[in-house]
Ligand binder design. Structure first.
Ligand SMILES: *[C@@H]1O[C@H](CO)[C@@H](O)[C@H](O)[C@H]1NC(C)=O
Ligand SMILES: *[C@@H]1O[C@H](CO)[C@@H](O)[C@H](O)[C@H]1NC(C)=O
Ligand SMILES: *[C@@H]1O[C@H](CO)[C@@H](O)[C@H](O)[C@H]1NC(C)=O
Length: 503
């Protein structure tokens, strides 16, 4: 074990350096493929290369979660549920978590709130989700308070049916839904679960030379998209990050300030705003290295053409949680149609997407040999895959080895919002947690993935993201050994050495 750790200490920086060199050298850059997209969007290219708008990101391992953490926007959970969260973790492992639920998608009209008390113990680095840390939790108490007569009526009906509640709930009174001492648990009918505490990640973001700009984010585990599986789900990605109150020097976070004052009796109401029209035309890119269930790390770049019906998407896949070690990229081309505002998810709009053409570029040796071994006549020209060389897999109707079948149609849910600095954000539907595809209307998502930000092609000004080739990621002090699990580091070391020999 010690030997393995030693290896990981050595190999990770090596792999990082090597990869940075590759990215600068361009033939292996994931951004070199999809040239059609890139030619028109130097700025988007730049934003993807410098994720987090050029801020430096440190991942704390093990994470110190002692702080108060709050939502920075109205969150949408599968169902849908609209909520904000304000969680406080103490030194002695106990926590107080407030969840505020709303009737509307801008979180202006509170319906009911939960106060959850318990304890949480941070455990080891996660083997399944690189960059995450596992934790255990116990619940001690869950209190419910309704804020409107209507919410009290709705919840009374649910609780009397499934929990033998004998009198109707009254607004502004608190009720105990869970009590460890008596073993009473009435949280089921609300779809309540704190399984999100099983997976944690803390990120510190700061701009070079500007300690005042520091922000800290807590990412907690995701929720199953099938609400009935929520209580047994083991998280495999994350929810939107919570902001640390103490570190929100960012005065633009008005919502954090409103959130920090909320209580069970006084749920925060976020500032009202109108729904933004869903006009998707233009270029959109990821803001962070995204984690997908099934241990995929990726960044995305979508282009919706002016004709209002054709689109292209570039998906860059990586082996590591800071998106530095590319594995393969996919360039999808197809058409789409914009449908009606969603009747189920307030603020969402329905879309239908079809992929008709797909190009794949293997970016590491493991993927290259996988494609050569498994391709047959089902993934491009048999045995012809070469590292860093794009191939069109449309003639073979996709790529069996990567699970791509063409043509492929998906039923989507979109929404557009502006962030506090006025940039437009595009949200598309969360993919079903069970790995299936939303290929029928009833499988359409009821919640969203992390948003993409609009990047304006041709406009070179206004982005202060540092020089080309800057190394923008820094891992926290003392975190390198535990940051990457040993299997990962060893295999990275092996790949790194092989690549070195080839070059
Ligand atoms: C964790 O953070 C809190 C608050 O910032 C600090 O008081 C505490 O000393 C930290 N704990 C550790 C183990 O670093
Ligand atoms: C932990 O600390 C908090 C705040 O200091 C306190 O309210 C709580 O009772 C403590 N919990 C335990 C189990 O000691
Ligand atoms: C996966 O989830 C979708 C949508 O929730 C559902 O329709 C489908 O039946 C599920 N498939 C399996 C194999 O569980």
């Amino acid at each position: 074990m010690e030997l393995l750790l030693l290896f990981s200490l050595i190999s990770f920086p090596l792999a990082m350096r090597l990869n940075v060199g590759n990215a600068a050298g361009s033939s292996l850059s994931p951004l070199a493929s999809g040239r059609n997209i890139e030619r028109h969007s130097t700025e988007c290219h730049h934003m993807l290369k410098h994720l987090y708008s050029g801020a430096q990101v440190a991942v704390h391992m093990p994470p110190n979660i002692t702080a108060q953490w709050v939502s920075s926007s109205c969150e949408v959970r599968p169902g849908p549920e609209f909520l904000t969260r304000s969680y406080r973790f103490y030194h002695n492992h106990s926590f107080n978590a407030l969840q505020f639920y709303y009737r509307d998608n801008h979180c202006t009209k509170p319906t009911y709130s939960l106060l959850i008390q318990g304890s949480v113990h941070v455990q080891q680095a996660s083997w399944a989700i690189r960059g995450g840390t596992e934790a255990d939790y116990q619940l001690h108490r869950v209190l419910l308070m309704c804020h409107t007569a209507e919410a009290a009526r709705d919840l009374s009906a649910k609780l009397s049916r499934d929990c033998g509640l004998d009198e109707a709930l009254k607004p502004e009174e608190s009720y105990e839904l869970w009590d460890r001492a008596t073993g009473r648990d009435c949280t089921g009918p609300l779809g309540f679960s704190m399984q999100e505490l099983l997976l944690l990640r803390v990120e510190r973001h700061y701009r070079h030379g500007d300690p005042d700009s520091q922000t800290k984010e807590l990412l907690l585990g995701d929720l199953h998209t099938d609400v009935s599986r929520r209580r047994v789900h083991k998280p495999s990605s994350y929810q939107p990050p919570l902001q640390s109150i103490k570190h929100s020097h960012d005065h633009s976070c008005i919502i954090c300030r409103i959130m920090s004052r909320g209580s069970l009796q006084q749920p925060p109401s976020l500032p009202p705003q109108a729904d933004s029209p869903v006009r998707v035309q233009g270029h959109w890119v990821s803001q962070r290295c995204e984690v997908r269930p099934g241990v995929l790390f990726l960044t995305r770049h979508f282009v919706f053409n002016k004709d209002g019906r054709t689109w292209e998407g570039q998906y860059y896949h990586y082996a590591d949680p800071v998106c530095r070690l590319p594995t393969f990229s996919m360039h999808a081309i197809g058409h789409y149609s914009q449908g009606q505002p969603s009747a189920k998810v307030m603020g969402g709009t329905e879309f239908v997407f079809t992929v008709t053409q797909m190009k794949v570029t293997p970016m590491d040796l493991a993927t290259t040999s996988l494609l050569n071994i498994f391709s047959g006549d089902e993934c491009g020209t048999e045995g012809s895959w070469r590292l860093g060389v794009e191939q069109d897999v449309t003639p073979t109707a996709g790529c069996a080895a990567l699970g791509i079948r063409l043509p492929h149609t998906e039923h989507e849910l979109f929404r557009i919002e502006s962030d506090p600095s006025g940039r437009r954000l595009l949200y598309n539907g969360q993919r079903p947690t069970n790995g299936s595809s939303p290929n029928q209307p009833h499988k359409r998502a009821t919640s969203y993935q992390p948003p993409l930000v609009q990047c304006s092609p041709g406009n070179q000004g206004g982005l202060n993201t540092g020089r080309e080739g800057d190394q923008n990621f820094r891992l926290g002090n003392g975190c390198i050994g535990c940051y990457c699990d040993c299997r990962f580091c060893l295999s990275t070391l092996v790949w790194a050495l092989v690549i070195l020999q080839i070059m």
